[in-house]
Design a binder for this molecule. Structure first.
Ligand code: PGA
Length: 255
């Protein structure tokens, strides 16, 4: 399958790191470092840094993303942020269904689908995260889990909606642990996900879908992971918080 059909997207997931002033410093380092990137670059920053990120990244090759969004337009949802609010802040991407939200904040397959649908309906790119737990991999049910998560997340989406979807395969056991999936494991899981999308939609949608790998991707393993036929970029946690590391990953994704 030809990778040139789809965008390679490298997205930093800053998680709950960096105050707005710290974000500003890091972004000022990042802008010149990655201006020659030959891939799409996104930084998903905390809500409090969205404004500064959008202002600094305007006119650069860096897009700004959020790490979550609500599925209602407005209302009594204390602590939540709507897609319209994000768009007004200059956001173009949003992570949905990250395993930390599933694990610690009660995110379910159903709410992942609601959030993702709301995001794409308003024109944001939803980076939908899926991935198995260690015990699920050990029990040999990785594919069952991925199939369930992908089908649920994409439920009721149209082919047009899929133009606004990225899927990030993030095995939960590899996130922030320093344990990376082997490039073969990552490649197989991404291939499997593409197959599910083909089943749900058609070969064209599957062929043009960007599927990222995430989980302890760093400058020493990125090249091999990104060389996999079905891996079209990365969702990067720890290594997105240091300009030099993130630049190395952007360079690897630009090859
Ligand atoms: P990590 O996080 O790169 O620190 O493992 C990836 C993620 O959670 O998106």
């Amino acid at each position: 399958m030809d990778k040139s059909n789809r965008a390679t997207v490298l997205a930093g997931n800053w998680k709950m790191n960096k105050t707005a002033s710290e974000a500003s410093e890091l972004i000022k380092e990042l802008i010149p470092a990655i201006e020659g990137a030959n891939c799409d670059v996104v930084i998903c920053v905390p809500y409090t840094s969205l404004d500064v990120a959008a202002r600094l990244c305007k006119g650069t090759n860096i897009s700004v993303g959020a790490q979550n969004c609500h599925y209602e337009e407005s209302g009594a949802f204390t602590g939540e942020v709507s897609v319209t609010m994000l768009i007004e802040s200059g956001v173009t991407h949003v992570i949905v269904g990250h395993s930390e939200r599933r694990q610690y904040f009660g995110e379910t397959d159903i709410t992942v689908n609601l959030r993702a649908r709301k995001a794409v309906s308003k024109g944001l790119i939803a980076i939908i995260c899926v991935g198995e737990l260690l015990e699920e991999r050990e029990a040999g049910i990785t594919e069952d889990v991925l199939s369930r998560q992908v089908k649920a997340a994409l439920s009721d989406m149209t082919q047009e909606d899929m133009e606004h979807v990225i899927i990030a395969y993030e095995p939960v056991w590899a996130i922030g642990t320093g344990k990376t999936a082997t490039s073969q494991q990552a490649g197989e899981a991404c291939r499997f996900i593409r197959g599910i999308v083909e089943e749900l939609f058609n070969a064209d949608v599957a062929k043009s879908l960007t599927i990222q790998y995430g989980g302890s991707m760093n400058p020493s393993n990125a090249e091999e992971l990104l060389a996999q036929e079905h891996v079209d970029g990365g969702l990067i946690g720890g290594a997105s918080l240091k300009a030099s590391d993130f630049k190395s990953l952007v360079d690897a994704a630009s090859k």
